[in-house]
Design a protein around this ligand. Structure first.
Ligand SMILES: Cc1cc2nc3c(=O)[nH]c(=O)nc-3n(C[C@H](O)[C@H](O)[C@H](O)COP(=O)(O)O)c2cc1C
Length: 300
């Protein structure tokens, strides 16, 4: 089955699946495997304090894949910068220009507003996706000129904002309140979550925790084993997820409840797509293409 949404059209990816940004593990090896499997791999620039290392990584990425990929710039909120290291928009400016010069045309920003980077991305004719945790910030991102908004729900590794909503509330409301493509993030790790997000109104899904324990992920063996063995209904784990604060280290969300073995990312994605197609067929869908672009006029 062929997949078509506003995001697959915009980015040229086979499936409407976008890799999450990852401090530490969001590097070329992992991102290229995600892109080669049909999604949009993301290199997370916070992992490269020096521009030389970033350039080497981009060169490496271009050898590893000829499929679309993007770069994430995670901006540290100013109140956190006071107490620990992080990255401002300004510190990424040269990185952004280098990536544009090297032919990258999709950029994601996250965690804090990024109008200066966004302006440069748009000036260069590239795509700008911004990830945020609240509807207020999603609307502000649209007004700032983004091409798509990723809304991360409360399910996604704890709250990023004290008034964060769930993925279900975010995406169904975003469909009504936003005009641009929407990417659903938070708690999604299987075919039903993927299909559910598209039904809620998303144009793509962002996968974070559910892909940490894959073969190409650069997470340690210990971390992967921990993910496979985690009881997501354990009280202590629940408190870690839902009582998390932005200053804490992120841990894998409840999306890992679906992960039972370490698989190559291509197999993980193929399984998710095959199961989604199986569900659609079991509901009577017989088309050769799943498109969310049809009957657009009828959409609420
Ligand atoms: C270990 C880990 C590290 C992360 N690092 C970042 C980061 O540096 N920047 C960012 O924007 N999001 C980061 N995220 C969030 C993911 O990009 C994604 O939005 C989130 O994981 C989606 O929710 P899910 O984990 O339930 O799929 C991180 C998530 C995890 C689990």
């Amino acid at each position: 089955m062929k997949w078509e949404t506003k995001i697959t059209k915009m980015t040229g990816v086979k499936y409407p699946l976008i890799m999450g940004a990852f401090a530490v593990i969001g590097r070329a090896e992992f991102a290229s495997a995600f892109s080669n499997a049909g999604g949009l791999g993301i290199i997370t620039a916070i992992n490269y304090p020096k521009i030389e290392a970033f350039r080497t990584e981009l060169e490496h990425m271009l050898l590893l894949t000829d499929r679309p990929f993007g770069i994430n710039f995670t901006i540290t909120p100013p109140y956190l910068l006071k107490n620990r290291s992080g990255r401002t928009q300004e510190s990424y400016y040269d990185f952004l220009n280098l990536a544009i010069d090297m032919g990258v045309n999709i950029f994601t920003t996250s965690a804090y507003k990024a109008p200066k980077l966004g302006t440069r991305i748009k000036e260069a004719g590239c795509y700008w996706f911004h990830k945020c945790a609240t509807m207020k910030h999603a609307i502000a991102a649209e007004n700032a000129g983004v091409d798509a908004v990723t809304l991360v729900g409360l399910e996604g590794t704890g709250f990023k904002n004290p008034v964060q909503n769930t993925t279900l509330v975010n995406i169904t409301m975003a469909r009504r309140l936003l005009n641009h493509p929407i990417i659903a993030a938070g708690g999604i790790g299987d075919a039903r979550g993927f299909l559910g997000a598209l039904a809620m109104g998303a144009d793509a899904v962002c996968l974070g925790s559910s892909i940490i324990a894959t073969t190409e992920s650069l997470a340690s063996k210990n971390w992967k084993d921990q993910i496979l063995n985690q009881d997501i209904f354990d009280d202590k784990y629940y408190r870690k997820i839902f009582h998390l604060e932005l200053k804490d280290s992120p841990i894998a969300s409840m999306a890992i409840g679906h992960i039972k073995e370490i698989l190559p990312i291509r197999v993980f994605i193929d399984n998710m797509i095959n199961e989604t197609e199986h569900i659609l067929k079991s509901w009577g869908f017989r088309g050769a293409m799943f498109s969310t672009l049809q009957n657009l006029k009828k959409q609420i």
